[in-house]
Design a protein. Structure first.
Length: 503
């Protein structure tokens, strides 16, 4: 009962006039930051960090957390409306959100994303409130073998994303892993895969560069090729009755993906160095694997929108937990929030809940309020986002190109990355033309930088013995499940061939 009393006190702190105003401003600003390709929550929180000197410490962190929340919601907007992920956390939303928009059902995609984000954020905040110390201990027990096992499980969920063509899916994953390996070796520090000794490759290939190239330039080229230069436009209609109908359909067809994303996203977000991007991609893969109609995924499934959106909001809340309880940031954005707390004289760690109880529960209370404010603002702006889709593609295509280039440059301020965006866009177009799945490659470049060092650290700890993954109590069951899921498509293919032969 004491926990409920503390939550109530925290909510009362969050709804104080100054804090409530900061939440509304933060969520609104975050929504548009998240929707701008190349910005995302990391840049948004970093840019606006100096603004917090104007308000008290509690209000400052509440404001930054509200920006984080708003950006998680906003990432879905450009994914649906333009086919460009606003941030890496919204890449999986593009898989089904964009096809729905092209079918004239953008309002369904945006409503599904908003509602799933609300449920994901709320579920995560409840878990956070009730189980913070316990989950912090679980997160601490995850060493390199456990994190690698989790990454392998994520790859396993995506083996089925390429449909029945398993060789093309495996090629796509390997291609992504090669791109993830460009730059300096994580352990020896030696440069590797530096093409023609071009200095820009020493920094590695940024994920946002790949995402904008593949889903911005690549999608634009694909649409131009499909329409053969005709003046095309989607004609989505938005009415109060239609919005109510979309809300009902979003609940009916997206509830399963919402709950998968909410629960899975939170527990992935809690793990240090995991974050919302792997959580959203894993949730999408699991939602497809458990769906009764997996063939709808990639063609406009509400579940395919709900799962990653619920997961990235849930994971963003989960990533706050190790930051507050252990002083370990769970994502790049929480690393900036951690810096803000230290700047204000707050020391994250186990003592924070005791020494700064009012601040901690005020922040947790703001999660509930921010989540509610975010869904209301998001739903209110849906007509504006729908308006964007009424533009003819002859106008929209140059806009997508300009946003892709500006977003790519804003993220790194490097001409090298702009050339890579164009090259990846052309490569993605040809991969799609020859029916190679793009999602596994995107997953590989996200998880590769996490999976490779944890694999090598695990083998160094065990003197090269791979049984380290099967002798640890947490890593072993995750590895076994991952191996089963990897072999499952091959077993289904063999069974199908036997049935064909018998027929």
């Amino acid at each position: 009962m004491e926990v409920f009393s503390l939550i109530a006190d925290g909510v009362l702190t969050a709804v104080q006039p100054v804090n409530l105003m900061l939440i509304v401003i933060g969520v609104t600003v975050g929504l548009f930051i998240g929707a701008m390709p190349g910005l995302g929550s990391v840049n948004g929180v970093a840019i606006l960090l100096p603004v917090t000197f104007l308000v008290p410490p509690t209000g400052a962190i509440i404001f930054l957390a509200a920006i984080y929340y708003g950006a998680m919601y906003g990432g879905a907007i450009s994914s649906v409306a333009l086919g460009i992920p606003g941030a890496s956390t919204a890449v999986a939303t593009t898989f089904d959100g964009r096809p729905l928009a092209l079918q004239g059902r953008a309002s369904l995609a945006l409503v599904t994303a908003a509602l799933a984000s609300f449920v994901g954020g709320t579920v995560a905040t409840v878990f956070f409130s009730l189980f913070a110390p316990l989950l912090a201990d679980v997160a601490l027990s995850f060493g390199p073998p456990e994190i690698f096992a989790l990454m392998l499980l994520a790859f396993a969920t995506f083996v089925g994303l390429g449909g029945d063509d398993i060789p093309k899916t495996i090629f796509s994953i390997c291609f992504g892993l090669v791109l993830a390996a460009v730059g300096f070796d994580t352990i020896s520090g030696e440069p590797r895969l530096v093409l023609f000794d071009i200095q820009g490759f020493l920094r590695g290939i940024g994920f946002i560069v790949l995402a904008i190239g593949v889903y911005g330039i690549g999608e634009m080229l694909w649409t131009i090729e499909q329409t053969r230069g005709e003046v095309t436009t989607t004609n989505p209609k938005i009415t109060v009755k239609g919005l109510a109908s979309d809300t009902k359909e979003a609940v009916q067809r997206g509830w399963k993906g919402t709950w998968i994303g909410s629960i899975l996203g939170f527990f992935v977000g809690v793990l240090p160095a995991a974050g919302a991007t792997p959580g959203s991609l894993m949730a999408y893969g699991v939602a497809k694997m458990t769906s009764r109609t997996p063939e709808e995924f990639g063609r406009g499934s509400p579940d395919g929108v709900a799962a990653p959106e619920a997961a990235n909001n849930s994971a963003s809340t989960g990533s706050m937990l190790p930051m507050l309880t252990l002083g370990i940031p769970g994502s790049p954005t929480t690393a900036i929030l951690l810096g803000g707390m230290v700047m204000w004289g707050l020391t994250p760690g186990p003592r924070l809940f005791i020494d700064e109880s009012e601040f901690v529960w005020g922040l947790i209370g703001s999660f509930y309020i921010s989540n509610l404010v975010a869904v209301l603002i998001n739903l209110a702006f849906i007509p504006l986002f729908i308006w964007m889709l009424r533009m003819p593609f002859t106008i929209l295509a140059p806009l997508i190109f300009v946003l892709s280039i500006v977003g790519g440059f804003a993220a790194s301020r490097s001409m090298h990355d702009l050339w890579l965006i164009v090259i990846f866009g052309i490569a993605a177009f040809f991969m799609r033309k020859f029916d190679y799945p793009l999602a596994p490659a995107v997953l590989a470049i996200v998880l590769g930088p996490i999976a490779e060092p944890t694999l090598r650290q695990s083998l160094l700890l065990s003197s090269g013995d791979p049984m380290v993954f099967f002798t640890r109590p947490i890593a072993a069951p995750i590895m076994i499940i991952a191996i089963v899921l990897i072999l499952l498509p091959a077993l289904k293919l063999l069974r199908r061939k036997r049935h064909v032969a018998a027929g």
